[in-house]
Write a protein of this length. Structure first.
Length: 367
């Protein structure tokens, strides 16, 4: 990993949207779960449910977190990779950069959820984490940006979705029958078991063939990034993002009638629905930050967004709520069922203090 200085001409809304996404990752699910544990109201139950994943079918607000992460990665590519489209002499350094980032993201994924730190090969999981999904989407989307014309990138997006959709319904699985979009009878899960063997993550989530979906989601972000970079009329950017969002969401909801939205296998309709929401969020943040220049409220998420990978990894490695509990344990007798919520907030406060210190010292860890 590298420590870089802040880029002055960056698109602030992208950093802040990334921070918003990371805020949901490191805080929201625990916050609303513990809030309901303390309050026990129907309203808090509904909130807690929205910040958890559905068992299989359907879409909840919390499901937007991982797609938004990939979407933002795609949106940054036109700004960070444009030099490689202009000068073919840089291609060797491009390949080295892609390989390095791919490896580092997979390594961090193994640390976070692949059980690498247990040093027990029987517990090791090859592919089981958001960072590894980002690695796949990032590599293929970057290659598409550098080598393909805009129309061909759109064809690649359609190709990824249509190919994956067909792979989920056409193949016949040995001893099972034709693939369906069901938990244990889908071709994507069968391929994972076949490819990863004993190193499969053992869940209903799929990864290998879902790489087509990860790439499509990252391409969605790329389309937004290209639009923001090339279109100088900012009001047109907002309108176009909203149109993209409406089209993607409508197609996803329409497709859901015959090809269900399923996050765990990253179905093509899930890509469309989640990408549609990502476009809407990008439009809102771009309008508020880069058009209306509303920066004051945005400082809080920006601190997180500027060191998103650091925040993600460290919260999976260090139990911040437990650490906060060592400091706040005296409040337990007075806060009752809300003590869990207090430690979650305290743990986030410790994390934010670290990220704020890094931000103030212009220490930005990039992969």
């Amino acid at each position: 990993m590298l420590t870089d200085s802040i880029i002055e001409d960056r698109i602030h809304s992208i950093d802040i949207l990334r921070g918003f996404d990371m805020l949901m990752i490191v805080l929201a699910d625990q916050f609303f779960s513990k809030l309901h544990q303390g309050a026990g109201f129907d309203f808090t139950a509904a909130l807690a449910q929205q910040f958890s994943h559905p068992e299989w079918l359907g879409f909840r607000f919390y499901d937007i977190i991982m797609p938004l992460f990939l979407f933002v990665v795609g949106a940054v590519i036109p700004f960070s990779m444009s030099k490689y489209t202009q000068n073919s002499d840089n291609r060797k350094s491009l390949y080295l950069k892609l390989l390095r980032r791919f490896f580092l993201l997979f390594l961090l994924g193994w640390i976070v959820q692949g059980n690498l730190l247990e040093l027990d090969i029987s517990k090791f999981k090859i592919f089981s984490n958001t960072l590894q999904a980002i690695a796949v989407g990032y590599v293929f989307t970057t290659i598409a940006y550098v080598y393909l014309k805009p129309n061909h990138r759109h064809l690649l997006f359609v190709g990824c979705l249509s190919t994956y959709a067909l792979l989920l319904v056409l193949p016949v699985i040995p001893e099972t029958g034709r693939s369906t979009l069901s938990p244990n009878t889908n071709f994507a899960l069968y391929v994972d078991h076949l490819v990863f063997g004993s190193f499969d993550d053992g869940t209903q989530y799929t990864w290998f063939l879902s790489g087509l979906g990860f790439t499509a989601t990252t391409l969605s972000g790329l389309f937004a990034g290209v639009l923001i970079k090339n279109q100088k009329d900012k009001s047109k950017v907002v309108k176009t993002l909203l149109i993209y969002g409406a089209i993607a969401l409508s197609l996803g909801l329409l497709g859901n009638t015959f090809h269900p939205v399923v996050k765990k296998i990253w179905s093509s309709t899930f890509v469309l629905v989640s990408s549609g929401i990502c476009y809407f969020l990008m439009a809102i943040f771009y309008w508020a930050i880069d058009v209306k220049k509303q920066f004051k409220w945005a400082f809080f998420p920006k601190v997180i967004g500027m060191n998103a990978i650091t925040a993600y990894v460290i919260t999976h490695v260090l139990p911040f709520p437990k650490i906060a509990g060592f400091i706040l344990f005296g409040l337990a007798p007075y806060t009752g069922n809300y003590y869990g919520l207090i430690t979650v907030i305290g743990g986030f406060g410790l994390l934010y203090l670290l990220l704020w210190y890094m931000y103030k010292n212009k220490t930005f860890i990039k992969v």
